[in-house]
Design a protein around this ligand. Structure first.
Ligand SMILES: Nc1ncnc2c1ncn2[C@@H]1O[C@H](COP(=O)(O)OP(=O)(O)OP(=O)(O)O)[C@@H](O)[C@H]1O
Length: 363
C-alpha cells in the first residue's frame, strides 16, 4: 500500500521569533513574532512612534536585536551585518546618485559586485522595463518626476534579486493620484516577481489596497495580523478597532450570553452582539460597529440606539452624520440615501447583532 508523503509547510521567507529592541531602557519593539509566507505582501501599519521603522531596520540589518531571532528563508541572520543581508530597503527619500543616469543608478548595486558588463546591461534593461522606465534609461536623475525617481529606487533594489524587499513609506512624497497608481504598480511588480514585500506605512488605504496581510502595531507590539477584510470586520483589540476603518466604539459590561449572542450593558441600554468568545459576565468590553453598518430607523431583531444629530460631512457619494449618544459618545453614521436629518433632531440608529464586534476592554 502506498503511503502519502508527509506534508511539510513551506519555509517562511521571514520569521521573527520574540524580537525585542531596546534603546537604553526604552522598549521600541516588544516581543514581536511574525511569519511571512513565500512571496507574501505584508504591510506594517501603526501610529507615529509605534516601532514600525525600527522593526524594518532590524530586518534590513541596520539595527541589532536586543532579544530574539530574525530568520530569512530559515537561516538565522540576527547577527548578519547589513551588507551581507539578502534584504533590500527602499524608502521615501530615494537616495539616488544625481551624477548618474537612470541606467547607471539601477546598475549601481550590481557593479559593486562581480558581474560582467553584458550581464549587468541585461539585468538593468530587464529591471528598467519591469518598473516601466525602458524609455528613460539615459535620462539624468534631475529630469525625472517624483514617481519616476521612486521607480528607479525600486529597480535599483530589485536588480540585486533580494530574498525580501523592505519598503518604508516609499510613496509618501508623491501626490495622492500618483500614489494610487504606484500602489497598483508595486502590487503588480511584487506579484510578477513572487517576492515577499514588507511595507511600512501609517496610511490605512495604502496598506489595505496592496497587502495580503496587515500587521497593526501599537507601542512596539503587533496587536493584530490579519487580512484587510478580517481586520476591518473583526478587530481583536480596542486599539485596532479605533485605528482601522471608521468604527464606533460603545463601552459596556458583559451581562451574559443568550445562546451565541452576548448581551452588553451600555450607557444607553442593552446591546446584543453575535459572539463566540464565551467571556465571563461582568467583563468590561467594548462594542465596535463600523459607521457603514449603522442605519437610521428601526428594524426587527436589530439593536436600537437613540442619538442626536450634530453635524454632517459630505463625501460626494455619501454623507457622514456625526451624532451624539445620551452619554456624550460621538457616533459616525455613513448614509447613502440622501435624506439629511435636522440638526438637533432625535434619531434612532439600528444595527444587527452580527454587524458588531465584541472586544475585551483594556485592563
Ligand atoms: N536610535 C534611537 N534611539 C532612541 N530611541 C529611538 C531610536 N530610534 C527610534 N527610537 C524611538 O523608538 C520609537 C519607535 O520609533 P520608530 O521610528 O520605529 O517609530 P515609527 O512607528 O516608525 O514612527 P513614524 O511613523 O513616526 O516614523 C520612538 O519612540 C522613537 O523615538
Amino acid at each position: 500500500m502506498s503511503q502519502l508523503a508527509p506534508q511539510t509547510a513551506p519555509v517562511p521567507d521571514l520569521e521573527l521569533v520574540q524580537v525585542s529592541k531596546m534603546f537604553g531602557d526604552f522598549l521600541a519593539v516588544d516581543t514581536v513574532d511574525l511569519s511571512v509566507a513565500p512571496g507574501e505582501f505584508v504591510a506594517i501599519m501603526g501610529p507615529s512612534g509605534c516601532g514600525k521603522t525600527t522593526l524594518l531596520r532590524i530586518l534590513a540589518g541596520l539595527e541589532s536585536v536586543t532579544y530574539g531571532q530574525v530568520k530569512i528563508r530559515g537561516r538565522d541572520v540576527s547577527a548578519v551585518p547589513v551588507n551581507r543581508r539578502t534584504t533590500r530597503l527602499v524608502w521615501q527619500n530615494y537616495a539616488l546618485f544625481p551624477h548618474l543616469d537612470v541606467a547607471g543608478n539601477i546598475a549601481f548595486g550590481l557593479t559593486l559586485g562581480r558581474h560582467d558588463k553584458a550581464a549587468v546591461a541585461g539585468k538593468v534593461a530587464q529591471m528598467g522595463a519591469l518598473v516601466g522606465l525602458d524609455d528613460f534609461m539615459t535620462r539624468p536623475i534631475g529630469q525625472l518626476s517624483g514617481g519616476q525617481k521612486q521607480r528607479v529606487a525600486l529597480a535599483r533594489a530589485l536588480v540585486t534579486e533580494p530574498d525580501i524587499l523592505l519598503l518604508d513609506e516609499p510613496l509618501s512624497a508623491l501626490d495622492a493620484h500618483l500614489r494610487i497608481r504606484m500602489q497598483a504598480e508595486l502590487r503588480r511588480i511584487q506579484q510578477q516577481l513572487g517576492m515577499a514585500f514588507i511595507y511600512v506605512t501609517h496610511n490605512q488605504h495604502e496598506a489595505f489596497s496592496m497587502a495580503d496581510r496587515v500587521a497593526v502595531m501599537n507601542r512596539g507590539r503587533i496587536e493584530q495580523l490579519d487580512t484587510p477584510e478580517v481586520l476591518y470586520a473583526t478587530p481583536k483589540t480596542e486599539f485596532v478597532a479605533r485605528f482601522v476603518g471608521s468604527n464606533n466604539i460603545l463601552p459596556g459590561t458583559l451581562a451574559g450570553y443568550d445562546g451565541d449572542v452576548a448581551v452588553v450593558t451600555c450607557a444607553h441600554g442593552p446591546v446584543r452582539v453575535a459572539d463566540a468568545q464565551g467571556l465571563a459576565a461582568g467583563t468590561r468590553v467594548v462594542v465596535a460597529i463600523a459607521a457603514e453598518k449603522l442605519r437610521r430607523g428601526l428594524r426587527a431583531g436589530d439593536n436600537t440606539v437613540p442619538a442626536v444629530m450634530r453635524g454632517r460631512e459630505f463625501a460626494g457619494s455619501h454623507n457622514v452624520f456625526l451624532m451624539d449618544l445620551a452619554d456624550g459618545t460621538e457616533i459616525k453614521v455613513v448614509s447613502h440615501d440622501g435624506a439629511i436629518p435636522d440638526y438637533g433632531a432625535e434619531e434612532r440608529l439600528c444595527f444587527a447583532p452580527e454587524d458588531a464586534s465584541l472586544i475585551r476592554g483594556a485592563k
